[in-house]
Design a binder for this molecule. Structure first.
Ligand code: UTP
Length: 407
């Protein structure tokens, strides 16, 4: 793309200011900026008018498979899950493209060391958990790792240096998620530097399209993968490619499974799994009405009692027809480092604009059936979002200790 083509593209969206410093850049800088303009999808700006999102449908409860049933049928599910794993039907996908701003580390979140007397990196904890299943099944499931342009090199170099914490290198596949431009409150795209648009990862639903773009969906299909276990990088206790969970989803023959925990309080800040207009859906805690919080099921238990922990088992082939246009766009206020009017770098201490994200939890609503699968919170849910307090390094360390993990 040359300068006049770039100007034409920008003019369509009223973003000509992006070329403000073009003449000050050296030729390599100019080329990079033109490439970024060519590759950036400015059409996301249309969502600025829809910040409130679309109106939601009618919510009704969706029964979870609860612990007592899982305990009773554990061996049956485990055997079924192990067979699926041994047949190569299961892959694991770590979502590690996020910025981890709340944790505030310079490095990718997975490089964070939660150890006390020895090194225990978040990546290490997750890979060790997956290795348990590899040893149990005798089959090295493919492990995909989604990074973003912001943390790709650091992630790849770190895991390589650590020899993938014992995971077979040829079963690890990295891919980068796409980026979305960020804009100020006036809808003008922000510049990160004189030759660079401010961008951020396009949300954790970006995984399918980004994986597809580099041929990894085709690769997994050829390998015979049916289930892909999508999980967050920050829950250091989670079980990955858990045979019991796989077996339960196979048996129920659902489109997607979601690991859930029983809510600790009626207003706990977790997304609740339910039906929306008869289809599976996740309703965020801030959309949960008092009426829903207090609703009871036939047994007298809270009807919306299970929160998601970002561990889903998707039937991969069913996602083929799903496009980015099917998912809602979340327009989120954030602190975005950028250049000010005078061309000086600013690192704002309060939000100064919007980022655009699509979320994996919205993918559930695109599918026909879902199995909410209950897990024991203290054994499987130790997310690290903050350095201290709730969902923090501190709370995760406590939970690791309770589970006999030496730190
Ligand atoms: P979070 O919602 O916790 O976001 O991501 P984050 O970016 O990691 O952290 P904060 O909000 O800036 O503090 C949940 C999971 O989704 C991944 C994250 O890496 C984490 O595993 N994620 C999030 C992506 O892979 N890509 C994204 O664009 C956003």
């Amino acid at each position: 793309m040359n300068k006049s083509e770039a100007m034409q593209k920008l003019a369509q969206y009223g973003q000509e200011h992006i070329l403000k410093y073009y003449d000050e850049l050296d030729s390599a800088g100019q080329e990079q900026l033109l490439r970024q303009i060519e590759e950036t999808d400015f059409s996301v700006l249309r969502f600025l008018g829809e910040k409130e999102g679309k109106p939601r449908g009618t919510f009704t409860p969706l029964a979870a498979m609860e612990l007592d049933e899982i305990t009773e049928r554990r061996e049956e599910f485990r055997q079924k899950g192990l067979s699926a794993i041994r047949e190569g039907k299961v892959a694991a996908l770590m979502l590690a493209g996020g910025m981890g701003t709340r944790l505030g580390s310079e490095n990718p979140k997975g490089m964070y060391d939660i150890g006390i007397t020895r090194h225990v990196y978040i990546f290490q904890r997750l890979i060790e958990n997956l290795l348990d299943v590899v040893h149990e099944s005798g089959y090295p499931v493919h492990l995909l790792i989604m990074t973003s342009e912001k943390n790709h090199d650091a992630t790849v170099n770190f895991l390589k240096e650590k020899q993938y914490f014992g995971y077979p290198e040829d079963r690890v596949h990295f891919f980068r998620q796409s980026m979305a431009p960020a804009c100020g409150y006036d809808g003008k795209i922000l510049l990160e530097g004189k030759g660079r648009i401010a961008t951020s990862p396009n949300g954790n639903a970006g995984w399918y399209a980004s994986m597809d773009r580099v041929g990894l969906v085709d690769f997994l299909e050829k390998e015979g993968v049916k289930w892909i276990n999508v999980f967050a990088v920050d829950n250091v206790l989670q079980r990955i490619a858990d045979p019991v969970y796989v077996g339960a989803c196979e048996t129920a023959d659902v489109s997607v499974g979601g690991k859930v925990v029983r809510k600790a309080a009626r207003d706990e800040k977790v997304g609740v799994i339910c039906l929306e207009d008869g289809r599976p859906s996740i309703v965020e805690y801030y959309d949960l009405s008092d009426e829903m919080m207090d609703a009871k099921d036939a047994k007298g238990n809270p009807a919306y009692n299970f929160g998601v922990i970002l561990n889903y088992l998707f039937q991969l082939p069913l996602l083929k027809n799903l496009t980015e246009d099917d998912l809602p766009m979340h327009v989120v206020e954030k602190k975005i480092p950028c250049l000010d009017e005078a061309g000086e770098e600013v690192h704002p201490s309060s939000p100064n604009g919007y980022k655009f994200e699509q979320l994996v939890l919205d993918m559930i609503h695109q599918l026909d059936t879902c199995l909410p699968f209950e897990v024991v919170r203290e054994h499987e849910f130790a997310p690290i979002k903050n350095p201290t307090g709730i969902d923090s390094v501190e709370s995760a360390r406590e939970l690791c200790k309770k589970n006999g993990i030496e730190l």
